[in-house]
Design a binder for this molecule. Structure first.
Ligand SMILES: O=C(O)CCC(=O)C(=O)O
Ligand SMILES: [Fe+2]
Length: 165
């Protein structure tokens, strides 16, 4: 991001960490039932532990759903919407979903690193450059952004429109 090592600390002050434990029971119709609908996380980043070998997480890439195979003792780090806004769209939050499994239940632990509600989020000045000459996002209060996104159906990245300039 072109920042000094400790610049991020000064940037956001206190942060919030929220843990979500997801349990996906087996499903007789995995073709018809999703575990989690397509969405991007509203966090800065999300650190995800896929607790065993059971597959389920998929990311959207070039119009296709690509499975993220669990690797033993490895964590998945996803870019969230706040990082997309701070970087003026250089680092894009990843659209993902979870599919269900006919034979095995699945557990995942998602740790969301997010700003506090009253923090104002907007593209960092130095991320407005030749490549992206104007601010692609307006200033939003994180708490309002979060609530807007939680109050609507998960539809991919549709909730990010609220912050678009
Ligand atoms: O279960 C997973 O692998 C991902 C869950 C997820 O996307 C979320 O909790 O936001
Ligand atoms: Fe997610």
């Amino acid at each position: 991001m072109g920042l000094d090592k400790d610049a991020m600390l000064k940037l956001h002050g206190d942060l919030l960490q929220a843990l979500r434990v997801n349990y996906y029971p087996t499903c007789q119709k995995p073709d018809e039932v999703v575990g989690v609908s397509p969405h991007s996380d509203t966090s800065i980043i999300t650190i995800l532990l896929q607790s065993d070998e059971t597959e389920g997480l998929q990311i959207q890439h070039d119009g296709m759903w690509i499975p993220v195979k669990p690797i033993p003792d490895a964590l998945v780090v996803n870019v969230g919407d706040v990082l997309e806004i701070w970087t003026n769209g250089k680092y894009k939050s990843i659209e993902h979903r979870v599919v269900t499994n006919e034979k095995k239940p699945r557990i995942s632990l998602a740790s969301f690193i997010a700003p506090l509600d009253d923090m104002e989020i907007e593209p960092l000045d130095h991320m407005v450059d030749q490549e992206r000459p104007c601010k692609m996002y307006k200033k939003v209060k994180y708490g309002e952004y979060l609530r807007h996104s939680m109050n609507r159906k998960m539809e991919g990245k549709a909730h990010t429109q609220m912050a678009k300039a």
